[in-house]
Design a binder for this molecule. Structure first.
Ligand code: ZN
Length: 360
């Protein structure tokens, strides 16, 4: 994750600490400063132990995902908890269910083990006045915290674990986009409860979690709606067909005139037979025009290595190609340009096709 520092590598997965994480430690140090040095260090050590449990929780997600062939890019620790960045979310409900439940399951095991040891050895008490949750020894407190992590994570606040479990259960009966939308609505309601609880309990971290849940859930719901809107469609459905082309022998000035005259930003360039020779993109055109002037030939600014699409190509695949090589790709019928697929007209297409009053 951007802005994070790698601290370890476990099972081939990088474990990183986000730059905001030390702020949490600083905040705890500040909160317990009045108690003296040793209690402060104990409080910090305790928080680090909690985050060790969080890392194990994330590894539970990551290793279960790996069992289904989904790799994890990295695990990052934030002040609000951990994030396992999976390469993709499995779309099979059963797999998502198991991946989501694996994290909390790890904390159940840790909590039960700590509780067992605490009971067996008669619970070691921390010196009075130290960082205590509900009294009792460190083992008992850690056990309680692990159970607390389970309870909190299992709240149906999509995209938190409980929300993912909810989505996967809904997806058994409903289509994926609908299931995600319902889970995201539920997550937003939970986020508002978090805000209320954060204000009531003066907990800035809970407020951050509320923001993460509110916007994260909506982003995933949008992505799921987009995916379902393009499923089964071809490039022909979403491409821009009213497209101007430029002859390969034209000048940068000709291209600049065309850019200014209309809304089109990127131009397929054609040879003497009208066959596709490359794409002249807006940023390259402006750059070349600035450097070489209007009378220079446009040929030097044409991008010839870009992938091209054909009208019959699968739209979901084309969207991925566009995401990688965007902002525009030429659509060819054979070698003849028949349209453009651009990020802009694709998002317009998605807006229209996911609108409540969509055309039949
Ligand atoms: Zn989790």
């Amino acid at each position: 994750m951007r802005g994070s520092l790698r601290i370890a590598r476990i099972f081939g997965i990088d474990i990183g600490v986000h730059w905001t994480f030390p702020l949490l430690i600083a905040w705890i140090a500040y909160r317990s400063a009045g108690m003296g040095l040793v209690p402060t260090l104990v409080a910090i050590a305790f928080v680090l132990l909690i985050f060790l449990c969080v890392v194990l929780h994330e590894l539970g997600h990551a290793l279960t995902a790996r069992a289904f062939g989904v790799q994890t890019r990295h695990i990052t620790l934030l002040p609000i908890g951990g994030v396992a960045a999976l390469e993709r979310m499995p779309t099979r409900p059963r797999e998502e269910f198991l991946i989501a439940i694996a994290g909390p399951a790890v904390n159940v095991v840790i909590g039960a083990a700590l509780l067992g040891v605490a009971l067996a050895i008669g619970d070691i008490r921390t010196p009075a006045g130290m960082y205590t949750i509900r009294g009792g020894g460190v083992l008992l407190q850690l056990a309680i915290l692990n159970f607390g992590l389970v309870a909190f994570n299992m709240l149906p606040a999509f995209p938190m674990d409980g929300g993912r479990v909810l989505r996967s259960l809904l997806a058994l009966k409903l289509d994926y986009a609908r299931a995600t939308a319902i889970a995201a609505h539920c997550g937003k309601a939970m986020a508002l409860l978090f805000v209320a609880a954060a204000l009531f309990g003066e907990s800035p971290l809970l407020l951050l979690i509320a923001v993460f849940v509110y916007f994260g859930g909506q982003a995933e719901a949008n992505a799921a709606a987009e995916r379902s809107a393009v499923t089964g469609l071809t490039v022909a459905a979403a491409m821009q067909t009213d497209v101007r082309t430029l002859p390969a022998g034209a000048t940068l000035g000709d291209a600049a005139d065309l850019l200014i005259a209309g809304a089109q930003q990127d131009f397929p360039v054609v040879d003497a037979e009208g066959m596709y020779a490359g794409l002249l993109r807006r940023d390259r055109l402006i750059q070349a025009f600035t450097q070489l002037g209007p009378t220079a030939p446009l040929a030097g600014a044409v991008d010839r290595a870009l992938p091209t699409l054909s009208p019959g190509d699968s739209l979901p695949v084309a969207v991925e190609t566009l995401r990688e090589h965007g902002p525009a790709l030429a659509v060819l019928d054979g070698r003849r340009p028949v349209g453009l697929l651009t990020g802009e007209n694709l998002s317009e297409f998605l807006l229209l096709s996911t609108a409540p009053h969509r055309r039949p």
